[in-house]
Design a protein around this ligand. Structure first.
Ligand SMILES: [Zn+2]
Length: 207
């Protein structure tokens, strides 16, 4: 059984969470998770605020060059732009997502898209399962793994689950590429019933 330790390097937040901070305008930050196990260090969604990530890595005593794989759940800049800091890692992106964005690569990120490696496989590494969670973007994915020791099933949902209240209310982001599909995906995640959910823009909560 391949299990992994995880370290939530950055806890995400929404610019506005209509349930909790409806009148605020915060910097939009995605959750960044480091997975370790079986000789691998895998970073899920490096985010886009450099200082935040570099400080968190330092705190975790991890050098950027220690990271073997960076996996990006979907191609929104707030989830991938820090990837430039990991030139020696493999930059994996779901193949469907890469195909869907081919014609609309932001000019400032062309260098990044040139280095993305499409992944079709069902796993990033043994025991790191890619779960299709479309709707927010059409090729959006989440990552499911078992936590070392506890054996708990942890879902790094990314933007399939924005925040705790959005999950509870079956609410999706208004700019989702397909809102109906995104709502169905929340129901799929509920059926999957992970022990812990790491949402895209909130603290983890029990699934
Ligand atoms: Zn997104």
């Amino acid at each position: 059984m391949h299990e992994y330790d995880y370290n939530l390097l950055i806890t995400g937040q929404l610019s506005t969470n209509k349930f909790r901070y409806p009148d605020e305008k915060r910097d939009i930050i995605c959750s960044t998770t480091l997975l370790s196990g079986h000789g691998l260090q895998v970073l899920i969604d490096p985010g886009w605020r450099e200082t935040l990530l570099m400080d968190a890595l330092k705190e975790a005593a991890v050098e950027p060059d220690d990271i073997h794989i960076v996996y990006v759940t979907h191609l929104h800049p707030d989830h991938y732009r820090n990837i430039r800091r990991f030139p020696n890692a493999r930059w994996l992106v779901p193949e469907q997502e890469l195909t869907n964005w081919k014609e609309r690569v932001p000019a400032v990120d062309e260098d990044i898209f040139e280095q993305f490696v499409p992944i079709e496989a069902a796993e990033i590494a043994p025991g790191l399962q890619i779960v299709q969670t479309p709707g927010h973007t059409l090729g959006h994915t989440s990552v499911l793994f078992r936590q070392a020791g506890s054996g708990q099933r942890v879902l790094i949902a990314a933007d399939a689950v924005l925040a705790r209240e959005y999950y509870a209310h079956g609410e999706v982001h208004p700019i989702s590429e397909n809102q109906e599909l995104a709502k169905q995906t929340i129901e799929e995640v509920k059926r999957l019933a992970p022990d812990l959910i790491i949402p895209g823009h909130d603290e983890p909560f029990a699934g």
